[in-house]
Design a binder for this molecule. Structure first.
Ligand code: MEV
Length: 413
């Protein structure tokens, strides 16, 4: 299977669907689910949330050209923003031509928190908890025998005395291919009385932490500078300007927020397509970006040895099993389309797409600016027709940019 599908953007939608289905070998039922105009259905929506009155739809696209760890991926993306899918496909093509993206993800360790309050002596409580930790971990594992049998379940329990004299207990568990919030919430609620038996005091909040910093995904890529050449600038100049833009993001939280927003354009689009809790992903990403006390870019590009070297590290609490996925037919379909074997592979691919999305944004910003391509795609939406610019970003390195399209009447969001 190759994700290199030149001219994919030019095909009518039905032909795009057929090509994707053929490429990844989708089943007949997945093919018809892909074509279904109303894949969720109101009955299902009514089961998923309260007070449902209908269904809200978003465009479902597929980014091409992704080569991650030597494997081709067709990447399902759900987004309302023009240019995201084209930009991801364009950057993936650039990186593909220089060997692709290397990506990996940690085991699926999630942290649950139990806050113990009303303690006369938190230091003593912490010492007691430390002593009882091996037994408490065994008790936690016994509470979730199915997870434990799969090689997952509780791994560690630790305590920290907080400045206000309360005790924060962290319970760490491997949640396997699940996103894990439910499993961890069940665990901390069940374990809180056992913890209080040891520490004294009372258990207040018991909940998963969305700063999934034990569950990081990383990706890296190298792009020779000559591939970045444009009509107006040498590759050396573009690479230099991209690296300076990353330095700026490291020094200005106002820029870092926008830099990271561009990364999340890619990551959230896959999160939506595969039925993830994208609020959890967003919360974790931004908390991680700020964890050293200043808000930092999640991905950076260095310019050395005539190449750009990019790297991203981001917490990604994502799952390939669970109610959120099984309740939405498109989520399962997206996972089959992507062809990932589990949560770690999904996280690695998402990090890779975030890195590519960042490169596409920085390359445009370092050269002609974001508006021309963006505006062209907005205009395409307005006019219901394709533009040369779309063709350029989807398929061809912009060594010879098309002339700027006429300015549309309204500014993009
Ligand atoms: C727009 O959705 C995303 C960008 O602003 C990202 C960036 O500035 O790096 C283009």
């Amino acid at each position: 299977m190759t994700s290199r599908l030149p001219g994919f953007y030019r095909l009518p939608m039905q032909e795009r669907r057929n090509l994707i289905a053929e490429s990844v070998g989708l089943s007949t039922s997945d093919r018809s689910a892909l074509a279904n105009e109303n894949p969720l259905g109101t009955a299902q929506a009514d089961l998923m949330i309260e007070n449902a009155v209908g269904i809200f739809s978003l465009p479902y696209g597929v980014a091409v050209n992704f080569l991650v760890n030597g494997r081709d991926y067709l990447v399902p993306m759900v987004t309302e923003e023009p240019s995201i899918v084209a930009a991801a496909s364009y950057a993936a093509r650039l990186i593909r031509d220089s060997g692709g993206i290397e990506a990996e993800a940690d085991p699926s360790l999630m942290t649950g928190q139990i806050h113990v309050i009303d303690l006369p002596d938190a230091e003593t409580a912490a010492a007691r908890l430390e002593q009882a930790a091996p037994r408490l971990v065994q008790e936690a594992r016994a509470l979730q025998p199915r997870m434990t049998a799969r090689g997952c379940g509780a791994r560690a329990i630790t305590a920290t005395v907080l400045p206000d004299g309360t005790l924060l207990v962290h319970l760490e568990a491997d949640v396997g291919d699940a996103m894990g919030a439910n499993a961890v919430n069940t665990l901390v609620e069940a374990m809180a009385p056992h913890v209080v038996d040891v520490t004294g005091g009372t258990a207040n909040i018991r909940i998963v932490s969305n700063l999934a910093d034990r569950r990081l995904a990383r990706a890296g890529a190298t792009v020779p500078q000559h591939l970045l050449r444009t009509r107006e600038r040498t590759g050396d100049d573009v690479a230099h300007r991209i690296a300076r833009a990353c330095d700026l993001a490291a020094q200005s939280p106002h820029r870092a927020a926008t830099h990271n927003k561009g990364i999340m354009n890619g990551i959230d689009s896959i999160a939506l397509a595969t039925g993830q809790d994208w609020r959890a992903i967003e919360a974790g990403a931004h908390a991680y970006a700020a964890q050293d006390g200043s808000y930092q870019p999640l991905a950076t590009w260095r310019h050395t040895d005539d190449c750009l070297h990019g790297r991203i590290e981001i917490p990604l609490a994502v799952g390939t099993v669970g109610a959120r996925i099984s309740s939405n037919p498109r989520a399962g379909l997206s996972l089959r389309l992507l062809g990932v074997s589990g949560a770690r592979e999904l996280a690695a691919v998402m990090a890779a797409v975030g890195l590519a999305q960042n490169l596409a944004a920085l390359r445009a910003l370092a050269d002609e600016g974001i508006q021309r391509g963006h505006m062209a795609l907005h205009q395409r939406t307005d006019d219901h027709q394709r533009t040369d610019d779309h063709q350029r970003t989807d398929d061809h390195p912009p060594t010879a940019p098309a002339p700027a399209p006429p300015r549309p009447p309204r500014a993009p969001s």
